[in-house]
Design a protein around this ligand. Structure first.
Ligand SMILES: NC(=O)c1ccc[n+]([C@@H]2O[C@H](COP(=O)([O-])OP(=O)(O)OC[C@H]3O[C@@H](n4cnc5c(N)ncnc54)[C@H](OP(=O)(O)O)[C@@H]3O)[C@@H](O)[C@H]2O)c1
Length: 322
């Protein structure tokens, strides 16, 4: 495992473990996953040197936090447990209440990284950040993070907090590469961290799904896994597979290696099996050649979607002889 050394926050494993899947019905993994596999994943992750475990109060209505806390047990003290609160009504005292509820579910005294799950444009940031600053001063929280923030908001959050907001957890993968444009360069320049969620595009970058073999749970209804999108990303998936073959690696590992190559990024893939977790952790040690990274980035940056409506209108226009 390779580590990212952040000032005052040393040895952050480049690959962490995402636990939305724990106790959540949305993924369709069933009860045995929550009762057995989730614990096995945490145990194996600890053995492999994983130091970042990501959860949220909303995952499985709190079950993810409970399962993670039970599986970590006393080991929680030697890793970074990152959780998130939903800032629906983010007054300082409400934020603190949420933190205490998360601590109780996780069975821990201190939250390693406490993140605002998404921005709430209805409220200014001051009250949220005040609550987070108090939690940090009271040593309930080690570091403050945000999630799904653009760069302007991230910077405003720092201003409101009066100190660094260590990380911004955003969707970042070969399928959603936007963080490359501003967030990653800014994090690099200022000693911050981008935490990549969905680094495998919810399994799409594992290259094993197609229109006849859809994934489980909510993903079967996701537009990412529909035939049209699968066709669109086909050149990307082929390139990922080609580079994977050259490295004797899996496509998922190449997808993860790409996110890590781009700067101070930590990826937190979820996993449906221990074997996947092992592959994901091993991906931290894959070094892409510059030409491989460039080719993947070029494919990732291809326009997201064909302008279908415009195309249709244009064709109608053309048919009308305009
Ligand atoms: N901050 C936010 O708003 C936010 C939003 C979403 C997620 N998150 C966090 O980010 C974490 C990761 O995101 P995610 O779980 O949505 O997506 P992801 O990590 O891109 O995809 C996870 C899924 O990919 C498949 N997979 C994992 N490893 C694989 C491998 N080596 N080979 C092939 N397939 C593999 C598994 O599904 P199958 O085996 O079933 O295909 C797994 O459940 C979450 O668990 C959560 O902690 C945060």
């Amino acid at each position: 495992m390779r580590y990212l050394d952040v000032d005052g926050f040393p040895r952050l494993g480049r690959v962490g473990l995402g636990t939305w899947q724990f106790g959540s019905r949305q993924w369709g993994y069933g009860d045995a996953y929550a009762a057995v596999t989730a614990r096995a994943l945490v145990g194996r992750a600890l053995e492999l040197g994983v130091t970042l475990f990501d959860t949220a109060e909303v995952y499985g209505g709190g079950r993810s936090e409970q399962i993670l806390g039970q599986a970590l047990g006393a080991d929680a003290a030697r890793v970074v447990v990152a959780t998130k609160f939903a800032p629906v009504f983010p007054l300082a005292k409400v934020v603190k209440k949420h933190a205490n509820a998360s601590r109780a579910r996780l069975g821990i005294d201190r939250i390693g990284l406490y993140q605002a799950h998404f921005p709430n444009p209805l409220f200014g940031m001051d009250t949220t950040m005040q609550g987070l600053a108090e939690l940090r001063d009271e040593k309930v929280v080690d570091e403050v993070g945000v999630s799904n923030y653009d760069l302007a908001r991230w910077r405003r959050a720092e201003h409101a907090l009066g100190s660094r907001v260590l990380s911004n957890q955003v969707e970042f993968s070969l399928v959603r590469p936007d963080a490359l444009e501003t967030l990653v360069p800014w994090a690099e320049a200022h000693g911050r961290v981008v935490i990549a969620y969905g680094p495998l595009a919810q399994g799409l970058l594992g290259c094993r799904y197609d229109a006849y073999n859809p994934p489980s749970g909510f993903r079967s209804r996701s537009r990412d896994f529909r035939a049209g999108n699968l066709r669109r990303v086909q050149p990307l998936l082929e390139l990922v597979q080609e580079i994977a073959a050259a490295h004797h690696a899996t496509p998922a590992q190449i997808a993860l290696a790409w996110t890590l190559h781009s700067g101070p990024v930590v990826a937190i893939p979820g996993a449906s099996s221990v074997e996947q977790l092992e592959q994901n952790v091993a991906a931290a040690d894959i070094a892409l050649a510059d030409d491989e990274y460039t080719a993947l980035t070029a494919q990732a940056r291809r326009p997201a979607r064909k302008p279908r409506r415009f195309g249709r209108r244009l064709r109608a226009h053309e048919a009308a002889g305009a």
